[in-house]
Design a protein around this ligand. Structure first.
Ligand code: SF4
Length: 258
């Protein structure tokens, strides 16, 4: 298989960016590039997470992407400045307001805020329960408790990864949906609609695992059952609303077929 064939085109567009848990790292160009950058920094003794280093990486990637876009546009006879001219007629504030005022977006924001609060409350409860189990492990069997703590830790990690992402992806899905509704050009309309479906499908996949995570937390500790139940209801409402608004997200294929 050649290097070009090894990568699945656009696989990174609608993933959850949780590379440490991704099954497709070997087929993902973004992952390969990021690992290459990490190795380069490490070999120079640099910290790849230092803000100065991150800033330089982003600038370098941006320049690379701009070169690719300019070259591709020229080859296809596309006038890049046309977008700038058209964008002067677009009321960005109004479009953003329209997305943010949508009930689905407001519900996603509620999920994000409440989930953040739940995770903050969960941390000390989890740490206390863990210390308690460790202390008792010297004189009694705590195997079941240890298993439950492992499940809760996993639930915490999943929610912690997802709760911002869902809000961002839903905003993007709504933006794509509105764009497709306003668009006269068939190609642009289809591509906006497909982007909306892809973004909605990421949010939907995250919500599915988040519901399982919330259930694990609900079953584990009585102190946070009310919040967990509220969040389960919000997650369910968001899932149903996405599927109703952008039904293609249910059948959206990810990773993309080769
Ligand atoms: S497809 Fe997988 S490896 Fe590539 S960016 Fe997304 S999560 Fe990371």
């Amino acid at each position: 298989m050649s290097k070009r064939e090894r990568f699945i085109s656009g696989i990174y567009n609608y993933c959850d960016r949780w590379c440490q848990r991704c099954e497709h790292t070997k087929r993902c160009r973004v992952y390969r590039d990021e690992q290459r950058v990490m190795r380069r920094h490490k070999s120079k003794g640099e910290d790849p997470h230092d803000m100065e280093v991150v800033f330089k990486d982003v600038s370098r990637s941006f320049e690379k992407v701009m070169r690719m876009i300019t070259r591709d546009a020229k080859a296809r006879g596309i006038d890049l400045d046309e977008i700038i001219r058209e964008s002067k007629n677009v009321d960005l504030e109004t479009d953003r307001d329209r997305v943010e005022a949508h009930p689905l977006c407001r519900e996603a924001k509620r999920f994000m805020d409440q989930c953040g609060e739940l995770l903050e409350r969960l941390k000390p409860i989890f740490n206390d329960a863990r210390s308690d189990a460790i202390n008792r492990a010297e004189f009694m069997d705590v195997e079941d408790e240890a298993d439950a703590l492992t499940d809760v830790r996993e639930a915490f990690e999943v929610l912690n990864w997802d709760y911002h992402l869902i809000y961002v992806k839903i905003k993007r899905a709504l933006g794509g949906l509105f764009e497709s509704e306003d668009e006269d050009d068939d190609d642009f309309r289809d591509s906006s609609r497909s982007d909306a479906a892809g973004s909605a499908s990421v949010a939907r996949r995250c919500l599915m695992r988040d519901k399982a995570a919330l259930l694990a937390i609900y079953e584990w500790d009585e102190q946070i059952q009310d919040t967990a139940i509220d969040l389960l209801a919000i997650a369910e409402r968001i899932s149903r609303a996405i599927e109703n608004l952008i039904p293609e997200c249910v059948t959206f294929v990810w990773p993309p077929e080769e």
